[in-house]
Every structure is written in C-alpha cells, then in structure tokens.
Write a protein that binds this ligand. Sequence first.
Ligand code: MG
Length: 331
Amino acid sequence: MVSALVSKSASSWLYSGIRGFLKYAFGAISLCIGRDCIILGVMVAYMHQKILIYSDLDGSLLDHFSYSFAPAQSLLGQLEQLKIPVIPVTSKTRAELLPLRQALGNRHPFIIENGAAVFIPHHYFPSPPAQCEQYKGYYCHRFSQPRSVWQALLQQQTTEFGGEFVSFTDMGCEGIVEVTGLSEESARLANQRDYSEPVLWQGSQERKQQFIACLQLAGATVLQGGRFLHVTGECDKGLALTWLTEVYRHYHPDSEFLTLAAGDSGNDIAMLEAADKALLIKSPVHESPVVNNNCCYHSRNYGPEGWVEGVEHLTGITVPTTSISNITRND
Ligand SMILES: [Mg+2]
C-alpha cells in the first residue's frame, strides 16, 4: 500500500517535473529565437490550448471578384492537420454554403446569414448540443425570426423609401445574377434564405441612414455587407461566435480556447471584436471598418492572400515552402 502511494507520488512528481521542464525550456528557447517562435513555443508547451478560427468568406477567405480560395488551400490543409477548426461565418445561406464547404473539405460547424443560425454536424460533439433543434440533418441554434418577418417589414418601407432600395425578393434570381455576377444556380441558392433579407440600397447615404433607423425602430438588425444591407433579427456574427465557443468549451472543459476571427466588412465587426485576435482583411472595393480589438492585424494583401498573411502572423503557423510552390493561383 505504502509502496503504491510512494510509486504514485513519484510518478506524479516525475510528470510535473517533465511538464515544468518542457514549459520553461520551450519558453527559454523561444525567447532566444524571436517573437514568432515565442508563439510556437507557448503553443507547444500548453498542449491543452485549442485555437478556433472563425472566418468570413466573401472578400476574406474567398476572393471578392473570383470567389477563389486557391491561395489559402495549403494553409487550410495545414490547419486541418493541426486539428485547428476553420469555422465559416458568412452572410451566405445554408444552401449556398454546403457545396462550398464540400469544396473546401471543411467538416466543422458553420454560421450562416450573418450569425442568424449556427449549424453543427451530427456526431461532431459526443452528444447533441444544448439549445439546438434538429434541422435538415444538423443541430441548429437559431438567433433570428424567419425571413418572412423581414420581407413583410421591407414591404412596409416602400411607402417612404419606394424606388430607393431593391431586395432579393424583388430582384429574383435574374436580378441577383446581374448584381453579383453569380451563376444562375448560385443565385438560386443565394435566394434560399431562412432568416434574413438582403437589400441593395440605391439612394443617397443620408437617406440610407434614415432607412436603417426606420428598420431598427421596427425591431430589425441591419448589417452592412460588402454589397448588400442584410435585414435580420437580433443577431450578429459576434453573438454566434461567442455561443459556439461556449459549446466547444462545454465539451472540452480542460482546454483553454483562443479565438481568431477574420473578416473584411462592417458585418464582421461584432465577430472581430468578440474574438481574442482579429484579422482585418484589406478590401479592393471598400474602406476597412473600425475594429475595437487590442489584438487586430490589418492585412496588406486582399482576400485569401490577406487571409493567409494574417493567419500566419497571428498563429505563428506557416505553410511549408514545398506546399507554397504547388499553389494554383487563378487570379
Ligand atoms: Mg466579407
């Protein structure tokens, strides 16, 4: 009995000793080599820390014009190998995201329609997550009322703002193709919305602010995307990020989570401010929004190239040079 206790105590000491040695050894080596290695050293020493990357798609992980993610493909593979989830957070619909998620080889939860709902694949966590309903093959947590509520509210605005805005419902697939440059099939998927209605504003900036104020007064949340105003319920990408991170924490109570958010537009602000680290990606078509996060990196490059630049900078993870030479760029 005594020898068992001594043996257990000795093992525990040995374990603590090795853990302490590794922790300080990595710290010391890192300090000698430089800042990037400090990040890597700390990451290796604290093996229980988990990184979650929440990423906007259009203009961030996807090129604003071509919708290509080719420049980020190697880094995405590297992150998957390191078991770092990249969680798509988008203004897109579930219908449009599913084929894209497949093309990305992404198997993680996803957030659609600007934070209106979070979808979690079955068996992703060991038990069904709380506060979710089963919806179309996923566990779903909703933040917003259905699209029909926002369609009706916009219809009411035509009295005062008629001719100054056009919604997805007004445009139909043909109009969506014209405005976005999407294919007919992609436009059809973009129009399969569950919780929000995109609006193209055609009036002056001053009238736009009045329009937004009217919608907010009626209970809507209005988010500025790259091209559209998104009219939806009380939700944003930041609330969705916070909720989903708590779900990860619930299933990994012994882990520390570090959240990194990447985005380029006004509808990403809440997410960029809710995350521990923010990556603000330079846009070729609009000014960067103001983000209140003490750890915010502004990319020099646009779209997926800016995404790679920022994720590498903020995590210290880089793609091996052999992989970089194999990237197929289509821009
Ligand atoms: Mg964007």
